[in-house]
Design a protein around this ligand. Structure first.
Ligand code: ADP
Ligand code: MG
Length: 437
């Protein structure tokens, strides 16, 4: 399962331009495979721009037979505009990651139908009736397949791109293939690991209620040390090909299917960053839930499911990862020659446990960082944003921040995932002191 890098800029294709509806229709009509998939006459295809993300354009195109989703990168950040340029090459890395993930975790990402390097465009399987998981969680929906699917995705993509599974040469080729995606890494380095802890123009939070909490994070050197250690791990630990943005807005679901989308932040980084992202977003959905109830207690079912899911996402990821390590370890890490015989295997078992403990601590730390950035930084999430009452929203956010700060600076106090969910449950109805505001 090697990474096949494609040249940046396919000489045969047309130069980059932002595609509008008519232009896109003509372009797609010239692609026999796409036209056949859509069916019917091109002028009868419906084309709707649905991009609700922060960075790119996404069109849904439907014909008489089927549909596709077409994603095109813009030379700037969509959320901010032309004043914040961002390289088109991110579409190249997204395509490279998507096709590699499709091989490693079949059926858990949308199938790519067409890719155009010069246009920074990828056409893929239309996910329908899937919805963005974050929206389903806000509505109080439970997803019975989710744990099974997401833990397969995480365990397989992380394990099979690590030094436990591949040769040192293949691993380093992989790192090289994604090294150019540094502009996207820089966004993470700034927006997650730096800005929420300093006065940054783009930061925002639910004011005035969270003013003093936001200020306390800017003066909290314990937090600054902890986040800086995590930043360094993010920058200097190419453990695996990570998705890099694995929040519940990058997961599309039905009650029976799960698909991971949008890996444009992919690069070789620390595994705990992806696992922490999933856990953090489930934890935020849990704390936001109180802000979405019309009658006290009416969302207890989904809230219990969310915490149980936090526990199972970690435990099943760990179980599947360890199973792969036992059965598929063909990499250059932990040479078999050093762990020969029954005694060697016993010792390796102990070491695997230590490895998972270290990964758990990373996961808790990165999860904390993900929560804090969504409440004090630039990009917020609709779990909280859709709570209209500012004071109520601040209450949910303050509870999340309280858990996240402990996870960040006192990571070692969480020995198991149950320590995380127990603390979350204790904070469900915690009343912060907003009297100073
Ligand atoms: P961005 O990188 O700008 O965040 P995303 O890849 O997250 O873009 O896509 C933005 C939105 O487009 C998603 O939230 C989803 O609603 C929709 N979308 C993306 N890919 C698909 C797909 N394959 N099928 C259906 N909808 C999709
Ligand atoms: Mg997105």
């Amino acid at each position: 399962m090697t990474l096949q890098e494609r040249p940046l800029g396919d000489p045969g294709s047309s130069p980059y331009r932002i595609l509008r509806e008519g232009d896109l229709r003509d372009y797609l009509a010239r692609l026999p495979e796409v036209a056949a998939r859509l069916g019917g006459a091109p002028n009868a295809w419906s084309i709707t721009e649905v991009g609700d993300g922060n960075l790119n354009l996404v069109f849904i195109v439907k014909g008489s037979r089927g549909g596709i989703a077409v994603k095109q990168a813009l030379p700037y950040v969509r959320l901010v505009g032309e004043s914040w340029p961002l390289p088109l090459s991110r579409a190249h890395y997204e395509h490279l990651a998507l096709t590699h993930q499709a091989r490693l975790a079949p059926g858990l990402v949308p199938t790519v139908v067409h890719h155009d390097e010069a246009l920074a465009l990828t056409a893929m399987e239309l996910l329908e009736p899937h919805i963005i998981m974050r929206k389903g969680l806000i509505a109080g929906t439970i997803y019975p397949r989710f744990v099974e699917d997401i833990t397969t995705f995480i365990a397989r993509t992380l394990f099979f791109t690590s030094d436990l599974a591949v040769s040192a040469a293949e691993k380093k080729e992989g790192i090289a293939a994604f090294a150019g995606n540094h502009a996207l890494c820089k966004i993470t380095e700034d927006l997650i690991f730096t800005d929420p802890y300093r006065q940054a123009e783009q930061n925002r939070w639910t004011s005035p209620w969270l003013d003093h909490i936001a200020a306390s994070f800017r003066e909290d050197f314990d937090a600054h040390v902890a986040i800086s250690r995590l930043k360094l791990r993010f920058m200097a630990s190419p453990e695996s090909l990570i998705h890099g943005d694995l929040h519940t807005g990058s997961i599309m679901v039905t009650e029976t299917e799960t698909r991971v989308i949008d890996p444009e932040f992919a690069f070789y980084g620390p595994m705990g960053f992806d696992i922490g992202a999933v856990l953090a977003n489930l934890i935020m959905a849990y704390f936001a839930s109180a802000g979405h109830e019309r009658v006290a207690g009416e969302r207890q079912g989904v809230e219990s499911w969310l915490l149980e899911t936090v526990e199972r996402v970690w435990s099943e990821t760990a179980r599947k990862f360890l199973d792969l390590w036992r059965s598929e370890a063909r990499g250059d890490g932990y040479p078999k020659a050093l762990f020969a015989g029954a005694a060697g295997e016993t010792r390796l078992q102990v070491e695997r446990r230590h490895y998972m403990e270290r990964l758990f601590a990373d996961t808790v730390g990165f999860g904390a960082a993900k929560i804090i950035r969504r409440i004090l930084g630039l990009a917020h999430n609709i779990d909280f944003e859709w709570i209209e009452d500012g004071r109520l929203r601040a209450l949910c956010e303050a509870r999340s921040l309280r858990l996240a700060r402990t996870m960040l600076v006192d990571t070692a106090s969480f020995a198991t995932i149950r320590d995380v969910t127990k603390r979350a449950r204790e904070l469900r109805d915690w009343q912060p002191d907003f009297s100073a505001t």
